[in-house]
Design a protein around this ligand. Sequence first.
Ligand SMILES: Nc1ncnc2c1ncn2[C@@H]1O[C@H](COP(=O)(O)OP(=O)(O)OP(=O)(O)O)[C@@H](O)[C@H]1O
Length: 253
Amino acid sequence: MPTMTSVESPVRLDSVRKTYGSGESAVQALAGVSVNFPAGTFTAVMGPSGSGKSTLLHCAAGLDQPSAGRVTLVGTDLTGQSETQLTELRRQHVAFVFQAFNLMPALNVEQNVTLPTLLAGREPDRAWVDQVIARVGLTQRVKHRPGELSGGQQQRVAIARALAARPAVVFADEPTGALDTNTALEVLTLMRELVSAGQTIVMVTHDPVAASFADAVLFLVDGQIVTQMAAPGVEAVAATLAQLGARAKRGQR
Ligand SMILES: Nc1ncnc2c1ncn2[C@@H]1O[C@H](COP(=O)(O)OP(=O)(O)OP(=O)(O)O)[C@@H](O)[C@H]1O
């Protein structure tokens, strides 16, 4: 469960609030979130639509600035860091699997997958890169460009790219949403293995099966963590989600 000290937690949020807009149209996306994600853990973040999951991920990764509170990423307090410093920090330690793939259209699969490692100033581990590409089922496509791939295949490139550099932290937003069942299970198994090797994964998902691969699930409602579940089972996750969804709907009335 996310409860250890900051030294062991590459991602830490302290009383993080995020408000979009101002005045009448202000939306409080995060209403005071405090959580540690310890090294070598896989945490799923779930909750009804609009509960603040993506905002939490963006703030944790330094892609979005909290309105109040503090985020610490791999030992660095993100408050007051310049865009250049944040970019360098992410380049060295963080990978993303987000819905917008941001693949480089002019580069082929292999080049896209090795780019983050090269940008971080390191030499790609060829054997590991080949293994990751094989695990996401793209060995036959290494010389293809993103434009020549289906949406699901592009998502798999994004996953391989995130995993290839062996970053300390992987932030994933619905990483298996566009994948068929078998590929999704393969990707989740791969993510589990990375966690065993000491990497930390924070994954937003709506899928109880995906969440069941995590060590713990945080449930958000209206920008707050309302409950947590360790060793999540598919049925238990689905039941909690249904309960929270009903609660969120009642809150809207
Ligand atoms: N850039 C923005 N400007 C204004 N409001 C925003 C912005 N981004 C998010 N919000 C609002 O903040 C709240 C939380 O949004 P967020 O995307 O974090 O929710 P979510 O739980 O990820 O939702 P979903 O499951 O639908 O993707 C929502 O009410 C949303 O409308």
